[in-house]
Structure formats: C-alpha cells, structure tokens
Write a protein that binds this ligand. Structure first.
Ligand code: FAD
Length: 301
C-alpha cells in the first residue's frame, strides 16, 4: 500500500534522550514531567548521567530505578571510572544491573579539578574508557555505548590519537558511540568518514544539544572543545531578555540541524535534553514522530 515519504521517514527515525539526576525536589518534578512528555515518542533508550568520581551515584541509581519500575522505557546508566578502583566501579555496575539495567554509557570522566586538568588514573582503577568497557564486558553481556568527539577530545593531540581510543573501545566491546554535541554537520560528516577509514563500523550517533541558554552553551563548548559558529552566536544576539523568542530560535536551529542530518542519511539521534522537554518535543514532532501512550510513565503499572 502507498505510504507517504513522511510516514516512511518517521518509521526509520530512532531517538534517545539523555537526562541528569535531579539535585532537589523541584528538579525531580521537572525531570519527571519531561520524561512523561517525551516517553510517548518511544525512544530506543533513555540515559541518565553519572557524576565523575561517583558523586551522583545514589541520585543516578534512584532515577534509573524509578524509570525501570514505573515506565516501559529502556534505561541506560552512564558510568564513569575516574577516581575509583575497579572493584568499586564493578560493584556499582552490578547495582545498576540488579535494578534492571542492561545498557551502560561507559565513560572515563573528568578529573576532580575539572575539564582540562591533567588526568591521573586511580592506581587500582580503569585508566580510560576502553578499560572500563572491557571491565563491564567481563561482568555481563551488556549493551555498551561510548563517547566520540567530532572535534577531538581536548586531551587528544590529533585525530589519529582520538580515533585510536575509539577503536580500542570498540575492540573492547562497545556497540555504539554517541558524539559530543556539535553545530556544524560538515564537522560530523568528516569525522564519521575518518572513523570509517580507521575500520570502525559501529553507529556514531549524533548528540544533539538544543540550546536553552546560549551563554552557558558557549562557555561549556570552550571547555569541551566543541566549536560555536559565528552564525549561531548571531542568531541569539540581542535575545538575552527574551526567552520566548530564544526558544523559537533554538527549536528552528536544532530542527534545521537534524533535518540536514536526515538528508545526509542519518536516522538515529541522541538528544541532550537538559531535563527539559519542550525543545526536544518540538524537534521530534518535526521529525515526524508521534506518540501513542505506549512507554509513557505509568504504562507499566
Ligand atoms: P576516553 O574515551 O577514555 O578518552 C577520551 C579521549 O582522550 C580519547 O579520544 C583519547 O584520545 C584521549 N586520551 C585518553 N587518554 C589519553 C592519554 N593517556 N594520552 C593522550 N590522549 C588520551 N562525564 C561524566 O562525568 N558523566 C557522564 O555521565 C558523562 N556522559 C557523557 C556522555 C557523552 C555522550 C559524552 C560525549 C561525554 C560524557 N561525559 C560524561 C564527559 C566525559 O567524561 C569527558 O569528556 C571525559 O573527559 C572523557 O571521557 P571519555 O570516556 O570520553 O574518555
């Protein structure tokens, strides 16, 4: 039977949503409103970040537990190895496994002094993302996602070093990479070409960051080595006191980026939601996604 191309597109689009663990009751309400609103899009998975050094272990575990207990969503737990010995990291992984986690986003994490400080592995710990992936693989046949950096990780002297680490993570058992956010799709496309030339064939899922606060994004981008094009800054220029227009502009920018990636053949997207639903909801809607109530909060009950 005839299907419009829009319908065919929405059937092949896959999305995942990233959240961070709430620090207080208000943030917890905001998180759960966002999860409820986005759940009907039936994401491939939702992930919850994990503070470096285990600083958010309990809040991350609580959030993951609630997702597993109260929704039909597949939960992926981020896990970092910085500052911990292997036994501690393994024990945390088993705690997540016990509440229903089969998917980890395995990360090294940043040193306690912050992004850019020299990284010192724990003497008894996993030294990098690749060693952590191997450690998780030794526990169970988890699905394991890892990070990828279209503009290089700030510690990588060149692309060869950077992509070599990705290769080591894949060889250790990673099955998907999620990228650091980027705003120029040419940068992503060139990176994926480099990765493929290095013999890496896992999906390199673009991480999309809808811009809720341009100033914050610009500051954070400097730290993590992501570039902010001049045209992007210009689009937000003068809107500092106008949140409504900012949101319209941000949705347009992200939709433009995602639609361009679709035209380049990408159909899998990871959204950094910042625990807010509205922009991500608008972008998914524009991608043609529609939700019934399957997978929404309470559906499991
Ligand atoms: P790795 O993959 O181990 O290494 C990253 C890069 O550093 C490599 O490309 C490699 O070239 C370079 N490198 C590593 N070791 C060396 C060396 N010895 N010499 C030279 N170069 C080296 N952080 C959190 O704290 N919690 C989270 O939940 C979290 N989630 C994230 C999710 C995604 C999708 C991404 C992209 C990042 C996330 N981060 C998170 C940030 C991440 O922890 C930092 O970027 C950290 O600095 C690197 O961790 P990694 O796993 O990417 O490191």
């Amino acid at each position: 039977s005839f299907r419009s191309s829009a319908e065919a597109l929405s059937e092949r689009i896959k999305v995942s949503f990233e959240f961070f663990p709430p620090k207080n009751g208000d943030m917890e309400s905001q998180l759960w409103e966002s999860i409820s609103r986005l759940a009907p899009f039936q994401p491939d998975f939702v992930s919850v970040t994990y503070g470096a050094g285990g600083s958010t272990k309990q809040p991350t575990l609580n959030t993951i537990t609630r997702i597993c207990d109260e929704t039909e969503l597949a939960a992926a737990a981020h896990l970092t190895c910085v500052g911990s010995d292997k036994a501690t990291v393994d024990a945390v992984a088993r705690e997540f496994q016990a509440v229903g986690v089969n998917h980890f986003v395995a990360l090294r994490g940043d040193p306690p002094e912050g992004v850019g400080a020299a990284y010192e592995p724990h003497p008894e710990g996993y030294a990098n993302g690749a060693e952590l992936v191997a450690g998780l693989r030794a526990i169970a046949d988890f699905e394991i996602s890892v990070s990828a950096y279209p503009e290089r990780h700030p510690e990588s002297p060149d692309f060869a070093t950077d992509i070599d680490m990705l290769k080591r993570k894949v060889d250790a058992g990673a099955t998907r990479a999620i990228t650091q956010f980027f705003f120029d799709n040419d940068i992503y496309e060139r990176y994926v070409e480099r990765v493929r030339r290095a013999g890496i064939y896992i999906p390199i899922v673009p991480g999309i960051l809808p811009i809720h606060n341009f100033g914050q994004v610009a500051r954070f981008s400097k730290l993590c080595g992501a570039s902010v094009p001049d045209w992007l800054a210009r689009r937000f220029d003068g809107l500092e006191k106008d949140p409504e227009t900012r949101a319209l502009v941000a949705a347009a920018i992200a939709a433009e980026q995602v639609n361009d990636l679709v035209e380049r053949g990408i159909d899998d997207f990871h959204f950094y939601t910042m625990n807010r639903a509205q922009l991500v909801y608008a972008i998914c809607h524009m991608l043609g996604l529609r939700g019934d109530d399957a997978g929404s909060v309470g559906a499991a009950a």
